[in-house]
Design a protein around this ligand. Sequence first.
Ligand code: T4K
Length: 401
Amino acid sequence: MSGDPGGGSALPPASPPPVAPADKTLYVTRPDLPPLDELLPALQAIWHSHQLTNNGPFHQRLEAELCRFLDVPALSLFCNGTIALLAAIQSLGLQGEVITTPYSFVATTHALRWAGLTPVFADIEPDTFTLDPQRLEAALTPRTSAILPVHVYGHPCDHAAIQAFADAHGLKVLYDSAHAFGVRGGTGPDGHALRQANLLRQGDLAVLSFHATKVFNTFEGGAVVSASRDAKLQIDRLKNFGFVNEVTVDALGINGKMNELQAAVGCLQLPRFDALNARRAAADVCYRQLLAGVPGLQLPPQPTVAVHNHGYFPLQVTPAFGCSRDALYQRLREAGILARRYFYPLISDFPMYTAMPGAAPDNLPVARRVAQQVLCLPLYAELDEADCRRVVQVILNAAAG
Ligand code: T4K
């Protein structure tokens, strides 16, 4: 055992001093909430009407307002994003195998399994962390019915290439857009339309999550975006047990309904989105400036969109950094900073998926490397410059050894 048992050493500390443990905890994210006094009139209206769920007035209002805000033709609210994924899968009538990414939250793949489908994992692009269209061909079999890509961290998939492949092989495309709320289009410097146009209009259906940890939250919640009123009506029936009317059930539906409390919260959250996003964007810029040029750190890709939602700050800690990703994760924790390794382990490494097609480690080299390197730093509207500096100081201390 080494050290100074008497505690009286006059030597200076070998490394920079740790950040004061008395500092407040910084989480990877923090939900934004509307002022409580704005919610009270909504609660009074609910108490007065006794309409608690089943397509009540707040539910109808939120669907309409979200369609306008997101500029989509039709949208069905859900109790959460996972059940929304399940209903979307069911409404597309998928069978057999679905090509998907191993680099996501586990709900993406769980939804396929709950629907009795076989996920087939394909690798991701190194720049955007999204499903690599070049890897689709190798994953295709006669049993393939669809592709389930994820706009991970709100970065647009290469939807033009994915759609071209799907069209060539008669496949459906269902986007897990849980991270893509509020991401809006634009054109690149050369005038070419960027990848996203309107992200939520790509593919056959897109699914959103409004979980507490998302940039737009209804505590729990989600939605399926569809291209037509007919498609929406079918999804609405699926989330209500398959009821067509009081006496007719025509499909194996589920209870996926959003209740009036959640919808009322959503109505109050929506007008706040842009202002909160501007604050997240400022924190994002602050990190980029403070971390630029640190050896061994790779900053998150600059989003190829006009408006990003800044839901995550996925920093890559490469072997050239002063310590490992996991050691940095631990150093941050000790300083009260709860960064997260989203998405480690890969979904394909969870025991129920290791035997699935494409799950073999040598099939997923990019996803495997990224999962070993990514650390999502705290990013949310409340985070101020001092908070960002505190996070970066711990990182710089770790780099110094
Ligand atoms: N597809 C994708 C690509 C997804 O990312 C997700 C969900 C889904 C589908 C499924 O959608 P949902 O069915 O969830 O609507 C979180 C979320 O639970 C999960 O919704 C999310 N993705 C995933 C990326 O992250 P955890 O286990 O990391 O959450 P937790 O509880 O550790 O929260 C992280 C931090 O957030 C906490 O340290 C503190 C803060 N927090 C969290 C909650 C829940 C709060 O401050 N308040 C809160 O209420 O999974």
